[in-house]
Write a protein of this length. Sequence first.
Length: 300
Amino acid sequence: MSDLEQNLRHRQFDTGELWLHLVESGPVAGQPLLLLHGFPEFWYGWRGQIGPLAEAGYRVIAPDQRGYNLSDKPPGLRAYMIERLVADVIAIIQDAGADPVDLVGHDWGAIVAWHVAMRSPELLRKLVILNVPHPAAMAATLRSSWRQRLRSWYILFFQLPWLPEWLLGMKRAAGLVRLLKGSSRTGSFTSPDLERYREAWTQPGAIRGMLGWYRAALRFPGQTFLDRRVATPTMILWGERDVALETEMARMSLDWCDQAQLVTFPTASHWVQHDQVGAVNQHLLEFLGSAQSERRLNTG
C-alpha cells in the first residue's frame, strides 16, 4: 500500500438524492478543502495534491462526482443537469461544517466550482480553477472563435447515442487511455496510474454516467449564471498546451472576478496538476495560506 493510500479515509456520503464516494485526508478539524475532478478522472486525479495539502493541515475532501467510479450513476440525463451537480457539492460543503471552505476544481470540476462560487459565495473562502474558463468567457469565445468551436468538436461527438460509449469503452477503455496519453505531457500518467483509471472506467455504467454530464449540458443548460461575477478570491492555474481550450479564455475570466490572479504554465497541458505537480502544489499552498491559522481565524 502506498503512503497516499495509508493516509486516506473512504466513506459513502448521502446527499439526500444519491450516494457519493468521498476520499478524505488530513486532520478532521482542519480547514475543509474540496478537490473536484473532471472528465474522465475520479478522486485519484488529485493524487499529487492530496498528500501535500493534508500535510499542510487541510481537511482534504475529494469526491467521486456523480456518474464516476464508486459514486451512484443515476439513469436519465436530467440527473446530470448543472443544478444537480452543484447541489452535490453544496451538500458536501454543508456536511463539512459551518465555516466557509476552500474549493479547487479542474475541467468539469472547475465548471461546477465556478457555478458554486456564483450561486453561493457565502460558502467559500477561496476558489482555485484549473484549465477551465468562467462560463461567460467560454460562451463569448464560442460565439466569436471558429478555432475554439473546432477544438470543442468532441462535445458534439459525445451527444451521439451508444457510439461514444462503445468506442471509449472497448478493450478495457483503451479509447480513454489514448485520450489521456495523447493530450498530456509524456510521463504524466504512468502505467499503474492508467490501470487505476481503467478500474474506475469499467465500473458498471461509469462511461455512460461520465458522458451524461456533456449530454445534459446541451439538452438542459439550466441556470448557468453567465452574468454573475465571482466575489470569492480566485486563482486560475492554466496549462497553455491545452488541446481543447484557448488560453485567452483564462485571461478573459479575470474580468469576471472581483479578486483574481492567473498563473500560466507554458509547457503544461490541460492536465496541469499532473504535468506540473510541484509547481501547482506550491501555488495552491501559497494562495490558500496556512490551514491552521485560517482555521483559528474562522473559529475565533
